[in-house]
Each structure stands twice: as C-alpha cells, then as structure tokens.
Design a protein around this ligand. Structure first.
Ligand SMILES: [Zn+2]
Ligand SMILES: [Zn+2]
Length: 122
C-alpha cells in the first residue's frame, strides 16, 4: 500500500479517531478511516493509501529546491525585536506565530513543520 505524507492526520470519517487510511469504503465513496473502521468498512485488496505524519524531517530534494517563503517584519515587529529581543513572524503556511530572534534568518514552525525565511530586524 502506498503512503501519503501529511502534516496533520485527519479524523476517521466514521468514529472521529485519528485516521490511518485514505481508502474506498464498501459503499463506494472514499474516506479517512482508522484501523478499526478500515477493517469494518474498507474494501479488501489493499486499495487506498496509508497516511503517515510528516513533520518536515524528511524533506524531499524537490522541496528543498523550492524557494522558501519569506516573512518581512513590520515596523511594530522591529520595535518589538529591539525592545524584547524577540519578535513573532506569522507562519506563511499555517498562520501561527513563532518566536524569532531579531537577527534570525529562518524559522521552523512547530505547528506545521515548515521552514520559512524571515527578514532581518537589525
Ligand atoms: Zn474509525
Ligand atoms: Zn506553520
């Protein structure tokens, strides 16, 4: 069975537990299923894909070549960086805020596992 890398595991369509498969059900439509519901509702024969969590640790060569997104600090961010020695760029991928040093150049987002570049505050 092939694997799909996801940054967040979706919920099982049947019971709401973390899903393990994206596969066709016996009724036809595809859905996310946990292992228990896959046994109950999934089709035989290994159709579908297994979901694996990707925290961005095994970034493929292709992804590395893609240009990273950059977040530029606003005036307020710069003031905060000078005052507090830290500022909070917003992750361009998921929108959550991550603490960053004033002279930081790249940030790793704990929330979605993406890296992005930040403009220099100094
Ligand atoms: Zn389930
Ligand atoms: Zn993020």
């Amino acid at each position: 069975m092939k694997e799909i890398k996801m940054t967040k595991i979706p919920k099982c369509d049947f019971c709401g537990k973390p899903a393990l498969y994206d596969a066709p059900t016996r009724n036809g439509p595809w859905g996310y299923m946990c292992s228990g519901c896959y046994a109950d509702h999934g089709t035989k024969g290994g159709l579908g894909s297994k979901l694996v969590v990707s925290k961005g640790l095994n970034i493929s060569e292709e992804d590395k070549k893609k240009k990273k997104k950059t977040v530029m600090p606003t005036m307020e961010d710069m003031e905060m960086a000078v005052m507090d020695g830290v500022w909070y760029p917003k992750c361009p991928y998921c929108g959550c805020e991550n603490g960053c040093e004033p002279d930081g150049e790249s940030v790793f987002c704990d929330d979605c596992g993406e890296h992005y570049e930040v403009g220099n505050c100094c």
